[in-house]
Write a protein that binds this ligand. Structure first.
Ligand SMILES: C[S@@+](CC[C@H](N)C(=O)[O-])C[C@H]1O[C@@H](n2cnc3c(N)ncnc32)[C@H](O)[C@@H]1O
Length: 279
C-alpha cells in the first residue's frame, strides 16, 4: 500500500484545541455565580493553574478593568503561544493585569486570589493521593479567605471501559494569520484504562478537511480520580466544603451546559462535573 501523504501545512494544534475543548466564558460565568452565592460579592482576582495558552486568564482581565489574573504552566512554548495570540488580543492596560508564570503548580507562588482554576482534568497528572493533597494545599494557601477553587472531572460508564472514542464535529474558523479551517473532527480516544490503578491514557486527534489527520496531537497519562476521592482530598487539604455540580442533557443527548449542585445523580455513559472547593 502506498504511504499516506503527510498533511500539507497542518494547522496549529493549539487553535484546534482551544476551539474543541475550551469554553472559558462558561467556566468563568459558572465560577462567578458560585462565588457570589457563597461570598455575596464579586470576585476580582483569578489564578489559572495548568494554564497552557492562558485563554481563561486572558479572558478574565479582558472582562473588567478591576480584574487581575495569574496563569501558571511549566511548558514555556505553550505559554509563548498564549502570549503571542491570547495576550496580544488585549490592550496594553489589560496586559499589565495578566501575569504568566513558567513553573510547576506545586512550587510557584502567586499573590492570594479570589478564584483558582484547574480545568480540563489537568490535576489528574498527580497520580498519588499525597501529591494531589499537596497540590490542593498549595491552592488553599493561594486563596483569599473569601475564595474558591474550581476543578473539573469526567466520568460515566464509558470512562471506565478498556477503550473508547468520542468524535465531535467542531465548527470551522479563520486563524489570525488568515488560515481558513473548515468544520473538523475532534476525536477523544481513551486508549487504555487500568481498573486496578484507575490510570488512563488518552489522546486527542483531529481530522481537518484539506489537511488530513493529526494523530496524537495531545496525549494525557492520568489517574482518573473519582468524585468522592476529589471531595475527600479537598477537605483533607483544608477546604471547608467540597461541592459537586453536574449537568443534564438536551434532546440530542448532549450536555445542556447548565451545572447544578447535586447530592445524587443517575450515572450515564459520559458526564463532566465541576467540583468546587470552598476556602
Ligand atoms: C490539559 S492542558 C490544560 C490547558 C488549559 N488550561 C485547559 O483548560 O484546557 C494541561 C497543561 O498543564 C501543564 N502542566 C502539567 N503538569 C504541570 C505542572 N505540574 N505544573 C505546571 N503545569 C503543568 C502542561 O504543560 C499543559 O499545558
Amino acid at each position: 500500500m502506498p504511504a499516506k501523504p503527510k498533511p500539507k501545512n497542518p494547522p496549529d494544534i493549539h487553535w484546534l484545541y482551544e476551539a474543541s475543548v475550551q469554553n472559558v466564558d462558561t467556566d468563568l460565568d459558572f465560577a462567578r455565580r458560585v462565588y457570589a452565592r457563597h461570598w455575596k460579592r464579586k470576585p476580582l482576582t483569578v489564578r489559572e493553574d495548568f494554564c497552557g495558552t492562558a485563554k481563561l486568564a486572558a479572558r478574565w482581565v479582558e472582562r473588567n478593568r478591576a480584574h487581575e489574573a495569574w496563569g501558571i504552566d511549566f511548558h514555556q512554548p505553550t505559554l509563548d503561544w498564549g502570549v503571542k495570540y491570547n495576550a496580544s488580543e488585549l490592550s496594553e492596560e489589560q496586559r499589565r493585569r495578566l501575569h504568566l508564570l513558567c513553573g510547576d503548580v506545586l512550587e510557584t507562588r502567586t499573590p492570594k486570589v479570589d478564584m483558582a482554576f484547574a480545568l480540563n482534568f489537568s490535576f489528574c497528572v498527580f497520580k498519588r493521593r499525597e501529591l494531589l493533597r499537596t497540590y490542593f494545599e498549595r491552592v488553599h494557601e493561594a486563596l483569599n479567605d473569601a475564595g474558591l477553587f474550581v476543578l473539573d472531572i469526567y466520568g460515566g460508564t464509558e470512562s471506565v471501559t478498556a477503550k473508547s472514542d468520542d468524535v465531535r464535529r467542531i465548527p470551522g474558523f479563520t486563524t489570525p494569520e488568515g488560515m481558513r479551517i473548515s468544520d473538523f473532527d475532534y476525536i477523544w480516544e481513551q486508549a487504555a484504562y487500568n481498573p486496578i490503578t484507575h490510570e488512563t491514557l488518552c489522546h486527542i486527534h483531529f481530522k481537518v478537511p484539506g489537511h488530513g489527520s493529526i494523530n496524537k496531537a495531545f496525549t494525557y497519562d492520568w489517574r482518573l480520580w473519582t468524585l468522592p476521592e476529589i471531595q475527600e482530598i479537598l477537605l483533607e487539604a483544608g477546604f471547608s466544603k467540597a461541592e459537586v455540580y453536574l449537568h443534564d442533557f438536551d434532546d440530542h443527548g448532549e450536555s445542556d451546559e447548565t451545572f447544578r449542585l447535586r447530592k445524587t445523580y443517575v450515572n450515564v455513559q459520559g458526564w463532566v462535573a465541576y467540583v468546587v472547593g470552598i476556602r
